[in-house]
Ligand binder design. Structure first.
Ligand code: AHR
Length: 549
């Protein structure tokens, strides 16, 4: 079943859009400290108070065999930009320049019907097959070896999703042996025969994709999935004990089996895996009634989802008396609500059809900034996260045969990649709040008014480099907000850069004809000192990068 079916499934369970409603008590708690000082916003920055040493893999991304992500996106031998491998050099340069640390592949829904053997060996012998997830034709001209070669070229670590739909532990372990065993066995020798003498050494593996979803090829109940994951994981560790294994968690809070799936799965395979996955897509339609003030509060829903999945992991850990603490892999997240029905999700048996080509506007970019803030704040537990996806499919980078353009959401993502370094700061933020109303929709019972802080702030500090960065979302659609930056134990010596992403039109987009409609602009830097006054423009996402003494 494809994403159209996923959509129908959402409707049939009457739960689309209920997530923000569900978060009312969480939002109220998040806003509690903010209500103490309703007029003036302040952030206290103390370098000794840190959440984590930031795992840069929280700024990963995702490439699926879907639409024009692989073919025409990153691989296009017929393109004027193609190198000797058929990789698009303009796209490659862009991704390398971004510094994306880890890239998940090959799916997504696609992986649950994928036979990895179809994508290796001489290209002329590879079969054209029907991709049943997206009803497209898969030529298999790009497979695991091309992906690993491409990852090296862009400087990213591979993260492989395995087929738990039509696939078995046997096919999964064969793939691992093909990739990671040096030589002397059936599958490692096959890799060598294919021209890859050295093992790929792939560390991160997802055990299936969205197996809780009735739309997923090979969907099974949680307990069965957990047993299958346990079996595969045990065998995988025999092949390569160094792998990091990610169990497949709930597809999102909209699922009727949300949390129950995660608990039942982990009850079977907790000791065998290292992490569990989370997925989430946000939209400004049914979920919000088109109300931007509510939309921009949705990263707080992501905070809540992380807390809930953490709680389930720790519950199972307690019940089985395990000494191990799982981490979280938020390996699909983004805005996605326009291109998700009809022709946008039906490939009609074409090669590289135009699927999920969502065009992002300014308000989407602001929310993506907020979502990145959440990932930085929760980096004590989230160690991998993937912006879904990277090229042409719900993506920050769009291509045509003449080049590429950067979507609005590219910019907050690029800031995180460039400036969020070192440790995540445990900031004390106080902010004035605004009220939003949440609808009462089954099965969530909490409706009513919710207080949301206007200012959402995250920050990092790089002690070696003597720099700190603050990322500030101003959810106030009308007014600039004054924010005091109060420094403890250190004082900034200079503002290295201060930039803002904003505009008068929240619906403004970039395109091939107007690529710079929504781009960062310089913002007046605050005077350095132990207390700094920053004016944060209305409806904006702001970056402040400072040198420290
Ligand atoms: O990223 C698009 C799709 O969203 C993925 O294939 C699937 O895992 C999710 O439902």
């Amino acid at each position: 079943m494809d994403c159209f079916s996923r959509r129908q499934f959402l409707r049939s369970t009457s739960m689309a859009g209920a997530s923000l409603a569900a978060s009312s008590s969480w939002l109220a708690r998040a806003a509690a400290s903010a209500q103490d000082t309703p007029r003036q916003a302040r952030v206290i920055i103390d370098p000794d108070r840190c959440i984590s040493t930031l795992d840069r893999n929280i700024f990963g991304s995702f490439i699926e065999h879907l639409g024009r992500a692989v073919y025409e996106g990153i691989y296009d031998p017929a393109s004027k930009f193609a190198d000797q491998n058929g990789f698009r050099t303009d796209v490659l340069k862009e991704i390398k320049g971004l510094g994306v640390p880890i890239i998940r592949y090959p799916g997504g829904n696609f992986v649950s019907g994928y036979n990895w053997l179809d994508g290796v060996g001489p290209k002329k012998d590879r079969p054209r097959v029907l991709d049943r997830a997206w009803n497209a034709t898969e030529t298999n001209q790009f497979g695991i070896n091309e992906y690993v070669t491409w990852c090296h070229a862009v400087g990213a670590e591979p993260l492989i999703g395995t087929n738990f739909g039509t696939g078995t532990p046997e096919t999964t372990v064969a793939l691992l042996e093909y990739c990671n065993v040096d030589k002397g066995t059936k599958w490692s020798e096959l890799r060598r025969a294919h021209g890859f003498e050295k093992p790929h050494g792939i560390k991160y593996w997802c055990l299936g994709n969205e197996m809780d979803g009735p739309w997923q090829i090979g969907h099974i109940p949680a307990t069965q999935y957990g047993i299958k994951a346990r079996d595969a994981a045990r065998q995988m560790r025999e092949v390569d004990p160094s792998v990091k294994l990610i169990a497949c968690g709930s597809s999102g809070p909209f699922m009727p089996t949300y949390l129950e799936w995660d608990q039942q799965t982990l009850e079977q395979c907790y000791e065998e895996v290292d992490a569990i996955s989370l997925h989430r897509y946000f939209g400004n339609a049914e979920e919000t009634g088109g109300d931007t003030a509510r939309y921009l509060a949705m990263n707080l829903d992501m905070d809540r989802q992380i807390y809930e999945i953490m709680a389930v992991c720790d519950l199972v850990r307690g019940r089985i008396r395990s000494s191990k603490r799982l981490w979280l892999s938020f390996d699909e997240w983004n805005v996605w609500y326009r291109a998700r029905s009809g022709n946008a999700v039906d490939g009609q048996r074409q090669v590289a059809p135009h699927l999920l080509e969502e065009i992002y506007n300014l308000e989407d970019a602001l929310l993506v900034g907020g979502l990145l803030n959440t990932l930085i704040r929760r980096s004590d537990r989230v160690r991998v996260a993937c912006l879904a996806q990277l090229v042409n499919v719900i993506a920050p980078i769009m291509t045509n045969q003449n080049g590429l353009f950067r979507q609005t959401i590219y910019h907050p993502y690029a800031w995180a990649l460039q400036y969020a370094r070192g440790k995540a700061l445990d900031l004390a933020v106080t902010s004035p709040v605004y009220e939003i109303t949440s609808p009462e929709r089954p099965p969530f019972r909490t409706a009513g008014s919710i207080s949301v802080p206007y200012l959402d702030v995250s920050g990092t500090i790089d002690v070696e480099d003597k720099t700190a960065s603050l990322f500030i979302l101003n959810r106030d659609l009308e007014r600039a907000r004054d924010l005091d930056l109060v420094w403890r134990e250190t004082t900034p010596t200079r503002v290295k850069t201060c930039q803002v992403l904003t505009g008068s039109d929240l619906k403004a987009v970039n395109g091939f004809d107007a690529p710079d409609q929504v781009v960062p602009k310089p913002l007046d830097a605050p005077q350095v000192g132990s207390k700094m006054a920053l004016k944060v423009p209305a409806r904006s996402y702001v970056l402040v990068n400072l040198g420290l003494s």
